[in-house]
Design a protein around this ligand. Structure first.
Ligand SMILES: Nc1nc2c(c(=O)[nH]1)N[C@H]1C(S)=C(S)[C@@H](COP(=O)(O)O)O[C@H]1N2
Ligand SMILES: [Mo]
Length: 382
């Protein structure tokens, strides 16, 4: 093992301890002593979460979310072209296109420089009530700032976009022709240069797991999961818009909007996360009822989260002290003396700019299922 390898191992071990201490261990008991899950009556008996398996989608059973950090094996999985095998030792990241210094970096090159760490939570742009929002997770990421790599490459004037290519490819039929395409997403230069963007090689203190995009993935805090390209192999700077499937055709929301006073159907690529909250868990302990949920958004600080029981008034929930700007934001609400029987619970979040999570009926008419962020009523039986 050379010096670089050694210092890298030390660093990983160090951050593993730090992250482990912060979250209090890796395996979480689903319930505290004496605590019981109050059953939701809106979850069908047939509902199952899908465990981690090769080349499959995995979603969490959100009723089990009892801790701030999602363990690596619980964190949801989505990959459209399967999970490619990547050899960390021969792997390289290419930086190409409209830059003065094209680069080819090994993992050791990337890890030898100063790293940053951040808790970032995100969900798939296709997450919804159907899966009780299980395509979600919140983890501690470690890596190098994307902006530093782009500065080293030195972007030329006239460049417009940075494209991120994964190692995973598939055959796509486009206009009757079969072509081999890699998973890719792009960011404008302005979005790419945000100081919080991360090229992550560690997740919760462990080397980035295979399924989550080893050895390196992009993390764009505040954006839907689709932006966080896994198995990253190439960063390309260009002066045109990247129009691949996951920018131009898929993960495209179609909704009714006013465009300068004219009503139109408008498409947008799925980018920053909409302001959203949902209740995921209700517990009872010695007659005390606790309602728990999460908030995701683009990182705008929150004003409040409120919970409404049946036709009652909105009541303030308490935000978890561990919440950070780009983490998911957990909240709890102490539900005093619920009466026996069926109840409807719903949450809504408000940010400091006064944006309030609306009901689905209040939101603009939408055709595609992407970006589902209206209020989500849940029903429980006491
Ligand atoms: N290379 C690659 N990166 C990818 C994808 C993919 O199919 N290939 N899927 C994206 C989508 S749609 C989501 S929601 C997130 C999921 O990240 P996770 O599986 O680590 O939770 O990865 C994104 N990054
Ligand atoms: Mo996704």
């Amino acid at each position: 093992m050379n010096q670089e390898e050694k210092s890298r191992r030390r660093m990983l071990q160090g951050s593993m301890l730090a992250a482990g201490a912060a979250v209090g261990g890796w395996v979480f008991p689903a319930l505290a002593q004496g605590e019981r899950l109050v059953p939701f009556t809106d979850v069908p008996d047939t509902f199952q979460y899908r465990p981690v398996q090769p080349n499959t989608t995995h979603w969490q059973d959100t009723r089990e979310i009892s801790n701030f950090i999602t363990p690596n094996d619980d964190f949801y999985l989505v990959q459209h072209y399967g999970q490619p095998e990547v050899d960390n030792d021969s792997w390289h990241l290419k930086v190409t296109g409209m830059v003065d210094n094209e680069m080819e970096l090994s993992l050791a090159d990337l890890m030898s420089d100063e790293t940053i760490e951040q808790v970032v939570g995100f969900e798939c742009g296709g997450n919804s009530q159907r899966l009780f929002h299980g395509l979600i997770g919140n983890a501690h990421w470690q890596g190098v700032p994307l902006a530093r790599i782009l500065e080293q490459a030195d972007i030329q004037s006239g460049a417009k976009e940075v494209v991120f290519f994964g190692a995973d490819t598939s055959t796509e039929e486009i206009r009757g022709r079969e072509v081999e395409k890699a998973f890719a997403r792009s960011l404008s230069i302005l979005d790419a240069m945000r100081p919080e963007n991360l090229l992550a090689f560690a997740m919760n203190g462990r080397p980035l797991p295979h399924y989550h995009g080893k050895p390196l993935r992009l993390i764009v805090p505040g954006w839907y999961g689709v932006a966080n390209v896994k198995w990253l192999t190439q960063i390309h700077v260009q002066n045109t818009r990247y129009m691949g499937r996951f920018m131009g055709r898929d993960y495209v929301t179609l909704k009714r909007e006013e465009v300068g006073g004219v009503e139109r159907w408008v498409e947008n690529s799925v980018t920053t996360m909409n302001l959203k909250s949902s209740i995921v868990r209700v517990t009872e302990n010695a007659g005390e009822y606790k309602v728990m949920g999460f908030v995701l958004n683009d990182g705008t600080p929150l004003q409040s989260v409120e919970v409404k029981v049946d036709d009652g008034s909105w009541q303030l929930a308490e935000l978890d002290s561990q919440n950070t700007r780009y983490s998911w934001k957990l909240f709890t609400f102490n539900w005093d003396n619920p009466s026996p029987g069926e109840h409807t619970l719903v949450s809504r979040v408000t940010d400091v700019n006064g944006n309030v999570q609306a009901t689905p009926e209040e939101l603009p008419e939408k055709v595609s299922y992407w970006e589902d962020f209206g209020q989500f009523p849940r029903t429980v039986s006491i």
